[in-house]
Ligand binder design. Structure first.
Ligand code: ANZ
Ligand code: ZN
Length: 810
């Protein structure tokens, strides 16, 4: 048979479409698998990273369908966001038009790869119906106190002209465009993800072994839980006069070191520092120093040398009543704890460095040889009520002292911050809030949803066009009916991707009526296998876990975790660097499909590397994949037509026949592990190649047919088009089903024996199974003759089918 990929692929793609092959069934008694690949942003074209992601997901979906599962494998588009607006500015095309044209094109590309995505659940997050329900979520969250508005210092990207969440700043730069991020104070809406900090952390334990440990660790660190003591430092009287304040709070994870405090440090953003900046009390020099620290982003400060300045004020040590000087320092984070710390230079790295630089006293309070000594073990010294005690007990005593005196309390702090979701851009879901002079901030009424974007906007890249759109901005207050202003910020697009998996899991016939259809969602959720890039380890994967819990608490969902199992695929490289437009080293999937066909692209991608690893593009390996498919076609002449596996009497076969059959069944045996846990498709493909070679070395038509039947079954998830073509010619498509292993194939006439002397492994031999025990021991002794020639044999032990141990003396 001549292999013409284009014709074959077109034919089967049409068949799948017309027969609704890829659609999930509504029969909720069937066992199910929900296989989800992260949806793409509709940038215009698929890239190889997408192809890799979806080739993995499709392989799993097809495998489970063949195993008799009801499979949901949906697809959609994460279609709000900045690039659409940037395209609008550059090419004078409306973001909506640009987005939906891209979606149309990308759907064609996905189809041309033969991915079996459900079409009836296809969605784009910019669809009005999607906006409607997420605005409902926003309002329900607001009513539950999980949304609030505040003015705060935020990360601002000058290039994208918008706010970024903490998760969206990478090394001080915008995650999207790489532009330097600056700090700016502005109002916005925040989601209280911190209220779920502990649950988000605790549930990570249940994901162990099912999510990559790297992702779990990154989330743990991001949530950053620490236990400690918070208490107030009182100013001395003269300082109180100056700052018009009686003190400030600090948080410490080491209350046991409290007698070692020799100064305190405040973040440059601290209110007390702000107050001093506006006062006459400190000199211009000091003010300049503070301003220069304020001008650095938190990230810049972290890598900068320790710096700071004495503020001329002092506090009283709560236990020793000594005076403690108050500094402003660049290593104190405004956003953590209380933005202030008690410094213990003898036992903390940063405090030590700072003390050395500014010549501040260093007080040792734990027995040690060298400073700074940052470990917890050791007896306390110079520490009045905790002298001689070790860390645990010492901490307990100090915490109890503060709690008994009502001057401090034991607290848990998290690094995690609330999620700022206001974006000052047009192409996003409008935040459904209204500003009324009389009523303040008012949520929209649910019956007014969706609040849709106006189409007639002028997009210039300067400022938010919604802000300049009078018809959109002017509205009636939902509460008092007076003239009011609509909120013109739109939502962070991560809001949309935080619940799309639940929308997909809802029966599409309910989409008009409800956000999430409980019955179908309870059947399909959670996602059995989620597949996507590691770059989402904190961003999307944390937000989605948070939403799942919120939507559970709002009664929409049952489960606490959205993704039961996660596979993060490696990057696609060319010449050792990530394929990307900016590097100019991309390979266009469309070109590969045109030249070789989709099956070759899929085979290459799954064969070249295990999915978790990086994949280096290799033209000759693509060629190799194409050749293998051709060989597979050519060999089809060796099999005959049948709808079932031929009956074969294994014991009547000769050596080559048995070997060929063994190779086929070894591949079959491997497949369940590959598809269900290791995802090492490369090893399965290699096993199929080996089996095909072994088949070729014998002439038995039954064995050929059986082997071919099984190999097509195993390769269908990977190269579906050609497998359907060949299977329809030979097996009436009856071989895409669960195939049982046959144990007799693995029974071999040869046994592998290990030979040990006095328990020490010395040799390994193959012996014929039919030999007697005496004959086997005799062969074993020949194999180890050089070790036993001079010795006296005390005992010979034969453990059948496993080993011979010879005990010798001398
Ligand atoms: C005294 C002390 C002594 C501390 C010692 C540590 C070691 P984690 O573990 O990350 O939660 N700290 C408190 N607030 C801070 C802020 N806003 N910016 C920077 N550092 C701050 O860190 C908690 C520790 O970091 C606290 O415990 C405090 O220093 C410091 F031998 O207090 B520690
Ligand atoms: Zn009002």
């Amino acid at each position: 048979m001549q292999y013409i990929a284009k014709d074959i692929e077109y034919k089967w793609q049409s068949t799948w479409r017309d027969s609704s092959y890829s659609e999930p069934k509504d029969d909720y008694n069937l066992p199910k698998k929900y296989i989800l690949s992260m949806f793409p942003y509709p940038s215009g074209r698929l890239h190889m990273g997408h192809v890799r992601n979806y080739a993995i997901g499709d392989a799993l979906s097809r495998y489970y369908r063949n195993q008799g599962f009801n499979v949901l494998q949906p697809m959609g588009f994460d279609s709000f966001g900045m690039p659409a607006e940037n395209a609008a500015i550059k090419h004078k095309i409306h973001p909506k038009k640009w987005t939906y044209e891209n979606i149309d094109y990308m759907i064609k590309e996905l189809d041309s790869l033969g991915f079996s995505f459900s079409k009836k659940r296809l969605l784009a997050t910019s669809d009005p119906l999607y906006t409607k329900w997420e605005q409902e979520f926003f309002i329900k969250m607001y009513e539950k106190g999980l949304v609030y508005r505040k003015s705060a210092v935020v990360n601002w990207c000058e290039n994208d002209q918008t706010v970024l969440a903490n998760e969206q700043v990478e090394d001080g730069k915008c995650w999207r465009c790489g532009h330097e991020v600056v700090q700016k104070e502005m109002p916005g809406y925040y989601l209280k993800i911190t209220e779920y900090a502990n649950e988000l952390l605790e549930c990570l334990k249940d994901l162990e072994g099912k999510w990559p440990s790297q992702v779990i660790t990154m989330q743990e660190n991001w949530i950053g839980k620490s236990n400690g003591l918070e208490f107030k430092f009182e100013f001395d009287d003269s300082s109180k006069e100056i700052v018009k304040n009686d003190g400030f709070m600090v948080f410490t994870t080491r209350p046991d070191t409290i007698y070692g405090v020799s100064y305190c440090a405040l973040a440059p953003e601290h209110d007390i520092v702000k107050g001093l900046l506006n006062s006459e009390f400190i000199s211009t020099d000091i003010k300049d120093k503070i301003k220069s620290m304020l001008n650095q982003s938190p990230k810049e400060r972290q890598i900068a040398d320790k710096d700071g300045v004495y503020l001329g004020i002092n506090a009283i040590h709560p236990l020793t009543k000594e005076l403690v000087p108050i500094w402003c320092a660049n290593f104190v984070l405004a956003q953590y704890g209380h933005g202030a710390l008690m410094a213990v230079p003898a036992h903390d790295e940063r405090d030590y460095e700072f003390a050395i630089k500014f010549n501040l006293p260093i007080k040792k309070v734990i027995e040690c040889d060298e400073l700074p000594y940052t470990q917890k073990s050791g007896k306390h010294i110079n520490s009045n009520m905790i002298n001689g005690k070790e860390y645990e007990e010492a901490s307990r005593v100090i915490i109890n002292y503060f709690q008994n005196n009502n001057t401090g309390k034991e607290v848990t702090n998290y690094k995690l911050r609330d999620w700022g979701i206001s974006r000052q851009r047009y192409w996003g879901a409008p935040i459904p809030m209204v500003h009324c002079d009389k009523c303040g901030i008012v949520a929209q009424k649910l019956e007014n949803l969706p609040i849709l974007l106006p189409d007639d906007v002028v997009i210039t890249g300067e400022g938010n066009p919604l802000d300049k759109h009078p018809n959109f901005k002017n509205c009636k207050c939902p509460k008092c009916g007076n003239q009011a202003n609509r909120e013109t910020d739109t939502m962070d697009t991560f809001f949309e991707s935080s619940w799309y998996f639940a929308r997909y899991a809802s029966d599409e016939k309910t989409w008009e009526k409800v956000a999430i259809d409980k019955k179908s969602v309870d059947y399909w959720m959670s996602v059995d296998q989620y597949i996507g890039g590691i770059e989402h380890a904190i961003l999307h994967l944390l937000y989605a876990r948070f939403f799942q819990k919120v939507l559970r608490d709002l009664g929409y969902l049952r489960d606490s975790e959205p993704f039961a199992s996660l596979l993060t695929q490696g990057m696609v490289l060319k010449d050792g660097v990530k394929m990307s437009k900016s590097k100019g080293n991309t390979v266009d999937p469309d070109d590969i499909i045109a030249k070789y066909g989709a099956d070759t692209a899929r085979l290459f991608i799954l064969f070249a590397a295990p999915p978790q690893k990086e994949l280096e593009w290799n033209d000759s390996a693509v060629e190799g994949a194409f050749k293998f498919i051709n060989r597979l076609c050519d060999r089809s002449v060796n099999a005959y037509k049948t709808e079932q596996i031929p009956d074969i009497n294994h014991s009547n076969l000769d050596k080559d026949e048995k070997y060929a059959r063994l190779k086929v069944y070894e591949a079959l045996k491997k497949s369940s592990d590959v598809f269900e846990s290791s995802f090492a498709f490369n090893t399965l493909i290699a096993a199929c190649m080996e089996a095909l070679n072994a088949l070729n070395a014998q002439n038995n038509k039954d064995i050929w047919t059986e082997g071919y039947y099984i190999i097509l079954n195993l390769l269908e998830p990977i190269i579906p088009h050609i497998c359907w073509e060949l299977s329809s010619k030979l097996f009436g498509l009856k071989n895409f089903r669960k195939i049982e292993l046959k144990s007799e194939v693995f029974d071999s006439d040869i046994i592998n024996l290990v030979i040990t002397i006095n328990g020490k492994r010395r040799a390994q031999i193959e012996v014929d199974k039919s030999l007697s025990n005496e004959e086997i021991i005799a062969q074993a002794k020949v194999a180890v003759s050089k070790w036993i020639a001079q010795a006296q044999i005390v005992k010979e032990i034969y453990v059948p089918n496993k080993l011979v141990n010879i005990v010798i003396k001398g």
